[in-house]
Write a protein that binds this ligand. Structure first.
Ligand code: FES
Length: 163
């Protein structure tokens, strides 16, 4: 299965679970893992932030008006845009700096959540924890979450999600 097909399958499966309200309590399924992250650490992504490009170049606009929690450092939002094959947790990590991390745990088919008090993402199924750069802090997951460049421009954050 190529990467695009794998992502489509993953998104459809996630959507189906959400629709059914199945959560994580049912059968455990191994995760489809995206390829290597290309965003770098959040501080690197912020200080050396690229200029957002066009949708044709893979830049996806997330309007802060739709996710007002993202205006303040420490804010986060789950951003799901199926037509862009995007399903991430977007975190305002420091003033003007954002991190976009794939939302599905690399251990299984569960959605991770942001823990603001600890500044990490945690999977509710088996407790794996991930840093803001996607690295595994606590298993059983062994593979990092994919990350994507995220850049503030005007009243939007643009996420680079090449397809
Ligand atoms: S699915 Fe097992 S830790 Fe996330």
């Amino acid at each position: 299965m190529d990467r695009r097909a794998a992502l489509h399958t993953l998104l459809c499966g996630t959507c189906a679970l959400a629709t059914l309200g199945a959560g994580c309590g049912g059968e455990w399924r191994e995760a489809v893992v995206l390829d290597a992250p290309d965003a770098g650490a959040p501080d690197e992504a912020c200080s050396g932030a690229p200029t957002p490009g066009t949708p044709e170049e893979g830049w996806v606009e997330v309007r802060l008006a739709d996710h007002p929690a993202l205006r303040e450092p420490g804010g986060q939002a789950e951003v799901r845009i199926p037509q862009a094959l995007l399903d991430v947790v977007l975190v305002h990590t420091a003033p003007g700096c954002y991190a976009a991390l794939w939302r599905i745990c690399t251990h299984g088919d569960c959605a991770v959540g942001w823990l603001p008090a600890d500044g990490v993402l945690e999977c509710p199924c088996h407790g794996s924890r991930f840093g803001q750069d996607g690295r595994v802090l606590t298993g059983p997951a062994t593979r990092p979450l994919a990350t994507f460049p995220a850049v503030r421009a005007g009243d939007s954050v643009f996420i680079h999600r090449p397809r």
